[in-house]
Ligand binder design. Structure first.
Ligand SMILES: NC(=O)c1ccc[n+]([C@@H]2O[C@H](COP(=O)([O-])OP(=O)(O)OC[C@H]3O[C@@H](n4cnc5c(N)ncnc54)[C@H](O)[C@@H]3O)[C@@H](O)[C@H]2O)c1
Length: 331
């Protein structure tokens, strides 16, 4: 399926990955309808800072809420494809507000699927996460790796994926589960480790306050992840499938910090901060993606090395430091 000239709804379009996806879809010639989480300030999040795109002219911005089934039903009419990226995604906040994670990540996915079924939508891409696997029991981790909900966030994403897949099995709704591993890049919030490190260094701090340094992750530049999501959306064979998007590389947070320090010519010291550590059994020790399935399906090949992606991210964060509250722990 080609995406150009299609009517496309992107939920979570106001967020980090969603805003990059909107840019890529406009470039492809799609008609983009961008759901931005409603607030009374009329603030459309990162949609207001898109590159080479006027959010008043080139796309249709729809303020709203995925938790509202009636609303989702209305905005889904006439859509050919839906990318569901709306979610609450911070793990620490999920410890204190799990109810809202269920409402947004599970009920939200249900509302999208129900509305898509009624409107005859041709393709639904549900965005999953590698957090559904919990700590690696073997590496690299393929799509058959057991799932372990080590946080309420993870549990809610497992639930959202399951809800979407159940619509494929029960009603033949053309659902694809795209499962990115850790993603980073311009516009990511400081709740994530890479912006947390870069913003503290760019702010001139001599100390970088962090949590666990020994955990490992498979980090992916946002433009690569967006390419993978789009390739999967266009792939008929991916319907009904769950597909990892990752690089099959692994780096510890400690090594990552050293890499960033080198790129930023910094000699700041890492200082552990108690509040930034996850509860022991909730901490995901290791993640590394087996990306053979997406390679076989669509020939996915990441284009950015970690150093290249970090360099672009550093440049962007340094220029946009006013978006980061460096002195506090951003949950
Ligand atoms: N960032 C990562 O490393 C990563 C990795 C794997 C998967 N993901 C998944 O990718 C998706 C996007 O994540 P992101 O990193 O861009 O996070 P993000 O927080 O920047 O984006 C999520 C967006 O959802 C919106 N949202 C929240 N509640 C909503 C509601 N009730 N109604 C409508 N919109 C609502 C928010 O306004 C936000 O902009 C999520 O589904 C996440 O689980 C992210």
């Amino acid at each position: 399926m080609e995406l150009n000239d299609k009517n496309i709804l992107v939920t979570g379009a106001d967020g980090f990955i969603g805003s990059h996806l909107v840019e890529a879809l406009v470039k492809k010639g799609a008609h983009v309808n961008a759901l931005s989480y409603y607030n009374s300030f009329n603030n459309w999040g990162w949609l207001e800072k898109l590159e080479n795109i006027d959010c008043l002219e080139d796309i249709r911005v729809i303020p709203g809420d995925v938790r509202d089934g009636h609303f989702i039903n209305k905005i889904t009419r006439g859509m050919d494809v839906i990318f569901n990226l709306a979610a609450l995604i911070a793990i620490p906040y999920s410890y204190s507000a799990p109810d809202s994670y269920v409402e947004t990540n599970i009920k939200g996915a249900l509302n999208i699927c129900q509305a898509a079924l009624e409107s005859g939508c041709q393709r639904i891409i549900q965005t999953s996460t590698s957090e559904v696997y919990g700590s690696a029991r073997y590496i690299p981790m393929d799509e058959n790796h057991p799932q372990r909900p080590q946080s309420p966030y993870s549990a809610s994403k497992i639930g959202g994926d399951a809800m979407a897949l159940s619509f494929y099995y029960s009603y033949e709704l053309p659902v694809i589960i795209a499962r990115p591993f850790n993603t980073y890049g311009p516009r990511q919030s400081a709740r994530a480790v890479i912006p947390a490190v870069i913003s503290q260094i760019a702010g001139g701090g001599k100390e970088i306050r962090l949590g666990n340094l020994s955990t490992t992750r498979d980090f992916n530049y946002v433009k690569d992840i967006v390419t993978g999501i789009l390739q999967l959306a266009e792939c008929d064979k991916a319907v009904g499938e769950t597909v990892n998007i990752g690089s099959d590389t692994e780096i510890s947070i400690g090594e990552l910090v050293e890499t960033i320090k080198k790129l930023m010519h910094s000699n700041a010291m890492v200082v552990p901060e108690e509040t930034r550590f996850r509860p022991v059994n909730s901490e995901v020790a290791r993640l590394k993606c087996d990306n053979r399935k997406i390679k076989e399906l669509v020939g996915y090949t990441p284009q950015y090395t970690l150093e290249q992606g970090l360099a672009e991210t550093i440049e962007w964060i340094a220029k946009n430091l006013e978006n980061y509250k460096i002195k506090i722990y951003n949950v």
